[in-house]
Design a protein around this ligand. Structure first.
Ligand SMILES: Nc1nc2c(ncn2[C@@H]2O[C@H](COP(=O)(O)OP(=O)(O)OP(=O)(O)O)[C@@H](O)[C@H]2O)c(=O)[nH]1
Ligand SMILES: [Mg+2]
Length: 606
């Protein structure tokens, strides 16, 4: 059997996972000398590059001193925690990165909990030790306390520690060691990561952890082989999560080397490979020996906590900008998404409406963003948390929230979060004028808070949260303070009317933008909604006021990205998404019907 180590890199968002994988690839000599390599090369898709975050976990393989090291880079953002959970089962240990300054953050806790539960003994990498404000010793203590809290056993508590600056390409066993290269980390991986269990002599047992698609060869299952061998052309049994068995032939077998994929003839226990030839293959499925099919346990991962309704666009501008607009097309697209993403699911809830369940706003926004880039047009509603009944009690998801803010804003933030039913659990000075606040808060209280938080802290605050657990429903939380400016007319917005409206609130539109009755064109400065006319031209007068036209100074509109819009809307509003535009609208476009409904809702509340 080949000498193999399988390892996943896990951490809170931005603690340097992808950068570390880059450096490991470079320093292992996996790239040819002339090969030009991008920064954060593993973040390969467009949205990942644009946002500088990892969304999908991806694997690479390096050869170091004759040992094959398979490395899986995982996303750090809480919304993609499902990716991490399923990857953890595929590896024999993890590199747990912790930023030398930020220390343990919400997603550090989440990934540590999952890793310890699976019995992994992490290698702790205190990263970014080049940061002048870093406190590596404090961070190691924090990690130790965290492991202890999470019920780590003796062996797990004696975790190896490496100090590193991934970006600068060095790692050290001790802080006073020479800052040279990543060799200390390579050594530690070879020494501390257990060799894969299982044997090539057993029957085949392999499990798919990621899906890929190729126009020529179709669906590809990226898999870990736990036992036996698999060969090109061989007939094996695909066992689905529900127990269904289908025989099929391996039409292609692909191995990994650095960033390349190479066709191979055979792979064996302990290794990671990609298999084609099975049309219905999904994440979590097993491929087994037909003589004695013993599937691996299907993957259980934490359930979704947030849902958003996707619907066919029925605004007056429907169908004018998108390529795929029908219910069938949306259905197909959502189905294919859920195929590869087991942390999400969806159901049809009536004519042209789909309830999409996921882990958070970002996860759902990215799906919507991908769809609009592919030419889809649709509407989405306000995110809602998913509740469940337990012994007759309604339970809702709670999150662990950590905020770093300049000291002077702490008071205001604590007050604001109090209204959203947050419970403060910790408050520590972080030095340099910053305070760290920790809360437990119902996920509902977090919807739509980000923009407000950034305004409140003048853009200097940082906020992070991660799923904690389901708890009894905590009552109503405060929602948006301001009403909407709603267009009464269909047509094109005029500069003159926008100018006259702009002291009523913040505009979302600019001259010449298309508007329709019931479309939200801005945020009212007061708490009620206001119907306005954005297409009214200047009244013609006989007397030309001198220089009146140049007097029109328009304040630039607030850019409503998909994310901003989704965060902003209330229950009676929708975001209209097309490849070209993101518009906010009232669910009910007719003003009379809308007002009647609003009145009714008000009486119901009282
Ligand atoms: N100062 C310093 N910055 C670093 C170091 N390593 C990474 N960074 C920076 O940290 C930022 C985040 O790095 P990534 O590698 O994308 O982090 P990540 O953990 O993969 O992030 P996600 O995948 O989004 O969770 C980048 O701007 C890096 O350049 C380091 O050793 N020192
Ligand atoms: Mg990354």
């Amino acid at each position: 059997m080949r000498d193999i180590r399988n390892i996943a890199v896990i951490a809170h968002v931005d603690h340097g996972k992808t950068t570390l994988v880059d450096e490991l690839l470079k320093q292992s000599g996996t790239f040819a000398a002339h090969q030009e390599v991008d920064e954060r090369v593993m973040d390969s898709n467009d949205i990942e590059k644009e946002r500088g975050i990892t969304i999908l976990s991806k694997n690479t393989a390096i050869d170091y001193e004759g040992v094959r090291i398979n490395i899986i880079d995982t996303p750090g953002h809480a919304d993609f925690g499902g990716e991490v959970e399923r990857v953890l089962k595929m590896v024999d240990s993890v590199l747990l990165l912790v930023d030398a300054q930020e220390g343990v953050m919400p997603q550090t806790k989440f990934v540590v909990k999952k890793a310890l539960q699976l019995g992994h003994r992490p290698i702790v990498v205190v990263n970014k030790i080049d940061k002048p404000a870093g406190e590596p010793d404090r961070v190691v203590d924090e990690v130790f306390d965290l492991f202890d809290q999470m019920g780590a056993d003796e062996e797990q508590l004696e975790f190896p520690v490496i100090y590193a600056a991934a970006r600068d390409g060095y790692a050290m066993h001790a802080l006073e060691d020479e800052k040279k290269d990543l060799q200390p980390l390579f050594e530690t991986i070879l020494k501390e990561v257990p060799k894969p269990q299982g044997s090539e002599d057993n029957g085949l047992q392999l499990q798919v952890f990621t899906l890929d698609y190729d126009n020529f060869i179709g669906k590809i299952g990226i898999s870990r082989i736990f036992n036996g061998t698999i060969s090109m052309g061989e007939t094996v049994v695909l066992v689905k999560a529900d127990g269904e068995k289908v025989k099929g032939r391996v039409s292609k077998l692909i191995g990994f080397k650095g960033l390349e994929r190479i066709e191979i003839q055979k792979a064996g226990a302990g290794d990671i490979c990609a298999v084609a030839g099975f049309e219905t293959i999904d994440v979590g499925d097993s491929l087994c020996d037909p003589a004695n099919p013993m599937p691996l346990d299907p993957m259980h991962i934490e359930e979704p906590t947030l849902s958003v309704t996707f619907a066919v666009n029925d605004s007056p501008l429907a169908g004018t900008e998108g390529k795929f607009v029908t219910s069938n097309k949306i259905d197909e697209r959502l189905a294919s998404e859920m195929n590869t993403n087991i942390a999400m699911n969806y159901e049809q809830i009536g004519e042209g409406k789909f309830k999409v369940n996921g882990r958070g706003e970002l996860q759902i926004t990215i799906l919507a963003e991908n769809m609009r880039r592919e030419g889809f047009e649709f509407s989405i509603g306000r995110p809602e948390v998913i509740t469940k009944e337990e012994n007759g009690v309604t339970m809702e998801p709670f999150e662990h929230l950590v905020i770093d803010t300049p000291d002077e804003f702490s008071g205001a933030i604590i007050e604001k979060l109090g209204k959203r039913k947050a419970n403060m659990t910790n408050m520590v000075p972080m030095g340099a004028g910053f305070t760290r606040l920790e809360f437990e808060i119902p996920a509902r209280g977090l919807i739509g808070i980000r923009t407000e938080f950034l305004t409140e802290t003048k853009g200097e605050g940082v906020m992070n949260h991660s799923f904690l657990e389901f708890r009894p429903y905590s009552g109503t939380v405060e929602s948006r303070k301001y009403g909407a400016l709603v267009s009464m007319e269909n047509g094109e917005a005029l500069g003159y009317s926008i100018f006259n409206l702009q002291d009523r609130g913040v505009m979302f539109i600019k001259p010449q933008d298309k508007v329709y009755g019931g479309m939200v064109i801005g945020e009212h400065a007061k708490s009620n909604d206001l119907d306005v006319n954005p297409i009214k031209g200047k009244a013609l007068t006989n007397v030309r006021a001198s220089g009146s036209d140049d007097a029109i100074k328009l304040i630039p509109p607030r850019a409503m990205s998909l994310e901003n819009a989704l965060e902003w809307i209330e229950e009676d509003e929708l975001v209209e998404v097309t490849p070209i535009s993101v518009r906010v609208r009232k669910r009910e476009l007719d003003p009379t019907v809308r007002k009647r409904a609003a009145k009714k809702a008000k009486y119901a509340d009282e």
